[in-house]
Write a protein that binds this ligand. Structure first.
Ligand code: NAP
Ligand code: MG
Length: 479
């Protein structure tokens, strides 16, 4: 059964309506691209073409930024409590149409429906509710000295949590009085396009939210536009560095949410079965396409064998397959490019001398798939121990003492997240205190809350999204 037949079998054709072609959403309406160029977005679980999206060129970007500049005139006169109402309306509409959004996200990006339905969509709505609540309390949050919005902000988001990353960026930007030009990733534009329809439905003033689709060159045009006052970027460290260089010397605000190579540390006194669950969730959630994934398992040497044994047994129960099947645990890899990247790194791990375990399962014929994988016998200098794989691949390292665990955990260019598994509260505090990571989970992993700031250290970027600190990313000192 192909994806569409499956979608029909669960009646989702009544839920999602995908246009054959989409324009950009500028100044409150969908418009054809000046470039006259389009690119296909496909379903990575079947390789079927879902739709064609516009490729934004310099003129398209200019049109969108000008619309956002015009939009600012009205948005800056809109009272904070009115801004709040729009965000509440958007939050409620997202909740009402969350099934449609979830199916679309899974079709376009490959993630399991149980994740898009039970994780992404509830979080998206919560973020809009949360920042709707802040809109008329900004001065209370940071004092009137820092209460000025940047103006027109450019936001560039990746493909792993498309709508969730949109909500992390758009909700605080609008709450603080900025107007937005958003550029989604080329492989996952569809939920952002549906969100644009919602902006129209709630009557958001024209030009306040603008959406420009395309590829990396479109993102680059946005970064380089002379009237952009702030760029918020989530994506790879390499593109993040490129953007930072492009903005050097310009008075443009910047926040970067980049990659990670998080340590998930399991001490020998941890509740092992719970730790196995946390480690599985830490790396296999969303096929491992997660910047804060617990991609390095650091296990205390004396429990290595028993822990790996339990872990392999648990991994074998993971169900890989159609993202629209609600029993699926591991969906499709987002793109052929990403699959090639994962395959190359895993092959290198094997030739370096790592011992590879992959679960036994049949993979669908079409689409992009990778079996949940675990490396043991790894040296700290192997690429699989240092580079972000961004796929369902876990790399194991061992340690003897807590000091050694901290040293290995911090031995990375990245500093986004970490996990600690132990029965002892004092050991949690001792370890957390020494880890260079923006977010640290103890006896759990991948827990998010709109009130809690998220962001990294070192090459994982700077600035925070979420919580009160997420407002600060869209405010500057008033002169
Ligand atoms: P990416 O290539 O950096 O792309 C991210 C976004 O930037 C996409 O919208 C992309 O457009 C756009 N882009 C590409 N080149 C650009 C350029 N020169 N100038 C401006 N924009 C440009 O990353 P990805 O492959 O989509 O995502 C995977 C990476 O993102 C991973 O490394 C992951 O760790 C990181 N990530 C980090 C976080 C976090 O919160 N820290 C969250 C999610 C992902 P196209 O898609 O059209 O090329
Ligand atoms: Mg797609």
């Amino acid at each position: 059964m192909n994806n569409w037949e499956y979608a029909e079998s669960i009646e989702s054709e009544k839920i999602v309506k995908i246009e054959k072609k989409y324009g950009h959403f500028i100044n409150g309406e969908f418009v054809s691209p000046n470039s006259k160029k389009y690119l296909d977005t496909i379903s990575p679980s079947s390789e079927e073409v879902l739709s064609s999206i516009s490729i934004g060129n310099e003129k398209d970007v200019d049109f969108a930024v000008n619309a956002a500049k015009e939009g600012l005139k009205q948005w800056s006169k809109t009272s904070p409590s009115e801004r709040s109402k729009y965000l509440f309306k958007l939050a409620r509409l997202i909740q009402e149409r969350s099934r449609e959004f979830a199916v679309l996200e899974s079709l376009d990006g490959g993630k399991p429906i149980k994740e898009s339905r039970d994780f992404d969509l509830p979080q998206v709505a919560q973020n809009f509710f949360y920042y709707a609540g802040w809109a008329d309390k900004i001065d209370l949050a940071w004092g009137s000295g820092i209460s000025k919005p940047y103006g027109v902000v450019g936001q560039i988001i990746p493909w792993n949590f498309p709508l969730l990353m949109l909500s992390w960026k758009v909700a605080p930007a609008l709450a603080t009085g900025n107007t937005v030009v958003l550029k989604p990733a080329e492989t996952t534009p569809l939920t952002a396009l549906l969100f644009a329809e919602l902006c129209d439905e709630v009557g958001l003033p024209k030009g306040v939210f603008n959406l420009i689709t395309g590829d990396g060159t479109t993102g680059s045009e946005l970064v380089n536009h002379k009237d952009i006052k702030k760029i918020a970027f989530t994506g790879s460290t390499s593109v993040g560095k490129y953007i930072q260089k492009s903005l050097a010397g310009r008075d443009v605000g910047l926040t970067l949410e980049l990659g990670g190579k998080a340590a998930n540390i399991v001490y020998n006194d941890a509740a092992l079965d719970e730790a196995v669950e946390g480690v599985v969730n830490g790396i296999f959630f969303n096929q491992g396409h997660v910047c804060c994934a617990g991609s390095r398992l650091l296990v205390q040497e004396d429990i290595h064998d028993v822990f790996i044994n339990k872990l392999e047994k648990r991994m074998q129960t993971l169900r890989v397959g159609n993202p629209l099947d609600k029993n699926t645990d591991i969906g499709a890899i987002n793109s052929k490019d990403q699959l090639d990247k994962i395959t190359d790194l895993v092959n290198e791990g094997v030739s370096d001398g790592g011992e590879l375990f992959q679960i036994e399962c049949e993979l669908p014929k079409n689409g992009f798939w990778f079996k949940p994988s675990l490396f043991t016998g790894v040296q700290a200098n192997y690429k699989i121990a240092t580079e972000e794989i961004f796929g369902p691949v876990l790399t194991t390292l061992t340690f003897r003492t807590p000091d050694e665990a901290v040293e290995i955990a911090n031995n990375t260019e990245y500093g986004l997240s970490a996990g600690i598994w132990t029965e002892k509260g004092s050991k949690i505090l001792w370890t957390a205190d020494r880890l260079d990571a923006g977010v640290i989970w103890a006896n759990t992993f991948n827990k998010f809350d709109p009130a809690s700031p998220f962001g990294g250290y070192k090459e994982s970027g700077f600035g925070r999204e979420g919580g009160r600190h997420g407002l600060l990313s869209y405010l500057k000192a008033s002169s």
